[in-house]
Design a protein around this ligand. Structure first.
Ligand code: SER
Length: 331
């Protein structure tokens, strides 16, 4: 029997693209999308969720609160799920405004799934970590896999706690949990929400719609970013890697493209010549200042053959072509 996968938090920036990619590999009905919203028209509506071989192309979607352990257990049993991608989380900037809820959601959702994995209800688990696990005392350039980690945001603290928890469950209970420290993710298919790196997505939408953008990070703030097709491929490659190649069970560093708001603005200007960028840093600047400027991902390269495909130029061209189509702009 083919593996059957549950994606928790499927309506988010990563989830909505990952569901589509996994359905191409595993088949439409073998990838169950779920999120807190009752309906997701792209991934399918709640009312048509019963598993059936005749399911239409979009595959099943279930309304699910990531903290509802009982419901997750029942879904795993009734759909015969053996892989889970736990993507539900509150991102860095939003978390600073909702500290208690962010901590609860980001940590409790993970410990529930780890428990279900320990009890052998799940064979393989993916849980994303982030560059936010690093802090002011971490070396900022080519940040190594193993280094000082003193995050000072609730999001970063919850992700670092999660990483330690994942490694603990692997060592003590042999739970096959796999994780990546995502850089800021940039894609055109769905909007980000509540992150410090969101400026690098918003800039494209505003450039195309209005020809200008006001960045909430200062012009020389360099952060590691990654184009979504690379991030989705990294996720699936890690999950498909033979178990003995996955040597790090906290979370793998994943480098991407490093750029500043000024550099991405210059790249956007090549496509939209009169584009105007201005800068008005807000509270997110302080978060960005605590994160690395570039990442060393040599362990991912060595252990499971990771290789980046998109640079800033290629990503910008692809983003603009696709967003223009989405906004029905022909020139
Ligand atoms: N992109 C995330 C954020 O900005 C970092 O993982 O919160």
């Amino acid at each position: 029997m083919s593996d059957r996968i549950l994606i928790i938090g499927a309506s988010g920036q990563v989830g909505s693209e990952l569901v589509t990619s996994l359905r191409k590999i595993y088949g439409e009905t073998n990838v169950i999308a779920s999120d807190i919203y009752p309906v997701n028209s792209k991934l399918r509506a709640h009312s048509t969720v019963i598993y059936s071989k005749k399911m239409n192309k979009r595959g099943p979607y279930i309304e699910l609160d990531a903290l509802d352990k009982n419901k997750i257990y029942h879904i795993i049993k009734s759909y015969k799920i053996n892989q889970v991608y736990l993507l539900a989380a509150m991102l860095s900037a939003k978390s600073e405004k909702n500290v208690e809820l962010a901590w609860r959601l980001n940590t409790l959702s993970l410990s529930n799934i780890l428990l279900l994995s320990k009890e052998k209800h799940i064979k393989k688990l993916f849980w994303p970590s982030s560059i936010a696990v690093f802090g002011h005392t971490t070396p900022k350039k080519m940040t190594p896999q193993y280094t000082i980690m003193e995050p000072n945001t609730v999001y970063g603290i919850s992700k670092l706690a999660g990483e330690r928890w994942c490694e603990y469950y692997f060592n003590k209970f042999n739970v096959d949990v796999r994780s990546l420290r995502y850089p800021g993710l940039i894609g055109w298919k769905s909007a980000p929400g509540g992150g410090t790196t969101d400026y690098a997505v918003n800039i494209f939408h505003q450039a195309i719609k209005t020809g200008k953008y006001q960045s909430f990070l200062s012009e020389n703030t360099s952060l590691p970013m990654m184009y979504m097709p690379d991030a989705i491929r990294a996720t699936i490659e890690l999950m498909e890697a033979p178990v003995e190649q996955v040597k790090i069970r906290s979370s793998y560093n994943l480098a991407g493209i490093n750029f500043t708001p000024k550099q991405i603005a210059a790249e956007v200007s090549k496509h939209i010549p009169n584009f105007e960028m201005s800068y008005k840093p807000d509270f997110r600047q302080e978060i960005a200042n605590s994160w690395p400027q570039s990442i060393n991902d040599s362990f991912a390269q060595k252990d499971w053959g990771w290789e980046l495909k998109y640079n800033l130029e290629k990503m910008t061209t692809d983003m603009i072509i696709n967003l223009k189509k989405q906004y029905k702009i022909t020139a």
